[in-house]
Design a protein around this ligand. Structure first.
Ligand code: 5GP
Ligand code: MN
Ligand code: MN
Length: 475
């Protein structure tokens, strides 16, 4: 009910602090999206607002839906000096899940001619599916190097090019990782999973640009209508999931000892300045490196396929951005810079023009914000804004967001019928699991165009380009 909120604008809705809330909760959405939004989102954003050391507000992005403790699409920043906390549930299980988009230098016509062969070759080379294993098997010391080195490690191993690194957040390597904070079990789960896509929602998609909204930024991003790009969405696989599971449990048990009152046990967290908080940050950053290395290896596999099938292609990285992280960032709060631990769970970092962390070529316009839609609809590329800092610590949506559960989707759709229907529209799906395809039916997601429009109108990020799928390798 929109009447519960103070309307800040057509796309920003505030819940005033009551009870134990330390700050307001702000939901970014159009009125229509707000009405459709799961009631749990407001409840969960409100719960997050009670956590120690939270700064400014607890936020939900326009694609937000119910999650474990924190909403998916939730953003919250904490100040360590004010007793702030770090939360495994505020990062999510698939640590550093994210999207990277690669140019190909090809036009749609070039792809259309050999589309089925390209789809088959990608499907053969990209390990996908639940528990899928890759070509790479890491011994323990190699695992430690990977967890410390991220995509920098992957490039050293021969996966990709040094030029890729400047187009990845953290220049391809998350500092402050502590591989020894990663359990044996997490390492074991990851030993054979490097260079794999994982299941369901994860994808490798060949897309063509169908509309440009901001020609000047599109030019800097190297995007024009008719051009083909490849987007890869995946994360830290079994390792991230294991770390999330273990630390959630440990944080829930330790909350009492740390004197933290939890309105919901799922909000398990620990003071940033505690042994447990520091250990989680060390493990979580290792998982970020795992995800960065994983997407880098998948990029290498993708390049090999294109080299065989379309040798004229050149797969240069546009950008790689994660949407499940906690990162230390400096943001201006009431006019003065403060160091904050920014949690983004199902939310994309969206730095505006001039940000020092951006590569030289992109700094004048801002950071690419890569938003998935579904295998049967558009996806979008946006750009970060400067006002985004005040609005959401420079964060934007990360996708369309689910409109119904996986289970509900399988009752409504059949995988085979979806694959056929999409093929009729020129979209080739390749997946090891027809059930997975049904779970991921385009109709199981919100309208990505509405979500992106609300993100744009709210000023969180601005629309640059729309892309549509030609081939989708689904996990
Ligand atoms: P998540 O990280 O929450 O699992 O997913 C992020 C977003 O990816 C979802 O909200 C959804 O909009 C989008 N998505 C899921 N499957 C696909 C797909 O096959 N292709 C594209 N382009 N987007 C997808
Ligand atoms: Mn994921
Ligand atoms: Mn994701």
């Amino acid at each position: 009910d929109p009447n519960r909120f103070t309307k800040l604008s057509d796309t920003a809705w505030q819940l005033e602090p009551t009870g134990k809330m330390r700050v307001p909760a702000i939901l970014y959405a159009s009125e229509a999206l707000l009405r459709e939004m799961d009631d749990k989102v407001a409840e969960q954003a409100t719960n997050v607002a009670t956590l120690p050391g939270i700064v400014q507000a607890s936020y939900a992005m326009p694609d937000a839906h119910w999650g474990y403790g924190f909403p998916i699409g939730g953003v919250a920043a904490f100040d360590a000096d004010a007793g702030g906390v770090v939360s495994a549930g505020g990062v999510g299980f698939d640590v550093s899940c994210g999207v990277r988009t690669l140019h190909t230098g090809l036009t749609r016509e070039a792809i259309e001619k050999i589309k089925p062969a390209l789809a088959d070759a990608l499907f053969e080379s990209i390990p996908a599916g639940l528990g899928s294993t890759g070509y790479i098997h890491l011994r323990d010391h190699q695992m430690t190097e990977m967890l410390a080195g991220g995509a920098v490690w992957a490039v050293q191993q021969g996966y990709g090019e040094a030029a890729d690194l400047e187009r990845i957040e953290e220049h391809g390597r998350m500092a402050g990782a502590d591989p020894h904070a990663v359990s044996e079990q997490a390492r074991k789960r990851q030993r054979n999973e490097m260079g794999t896509l994982g299941s369901g929602n994860h994808y490798l998609e060949v897309q063509h640009v169908t509309e440009i909204y901001d020609p000047a930024v599109a030019k800097v991003f190297g995007l024009a209508v008719g051009q083909v790009v490849v987007s890869i969405h995946c994360g830290s696989r079994g390792l991230g999931h294991q770390i999330g599971t273990e630390f959630l449990r440990e944080m829930a048990v330790a909350a009492n000892r740390h004197g933290i009152e939890l309105p919901d046990r799922e909000l398990a967290c620990a003071p940033i300045r505690s042994e447990l908080g520091e250990r989680y940050l060390g493990a979580m950053r290792s998982a970020i490196n795992c995800a960065l290395a994983n997407r880098q290896i998948l990029t290498h596999l993708t390049r090999r396929v294109f080299a065989k099938v379309l040798p004229e292609a050149r797969l240069d990285l546009l950008y790689d951005v994660s949407h499940n992280t906690c990162k230390v960032e400096t943001h201006s709060i009431d006019g003065s810079p403060r160091q904050l631990y920014v949690h983004r769970k199902g939310a994309t970092r969206a730095f505006g023009p001039g940000h020092p962390d951006l590569p030289d070529a992109l700094r004048p316009v801002g950071q690419p914000v890569l938003i998935g839609g579904s295998m049967g609809t558009a996806s979008y590329i946006l750009v970060g804004t400067n006002e985004g800092e005040r609005l959401s610590f420079n964060s934007a949506c990360h996708g369309a967001g689910r409109a119904m559960s996986r289970h509900a989707a399988t009752r409504q759709w059949r995988g085979r019928a979806l694959v056929d229907e999409l093929a009729g529209r020129g979209i080739l799906i390749r997946s090891p699991s027809l059930r997975g395809v049904a779970e991921e039916a385009p109709g199981a997601y919100k309208d990505v165009s509405e979500v992106v429009k609300a993100t744009h109108q709210a000023g969180l990020a601005r629309m640059v380009a729309r892309v549509e799928p030609l081939v989708c390798i689904k996990g």
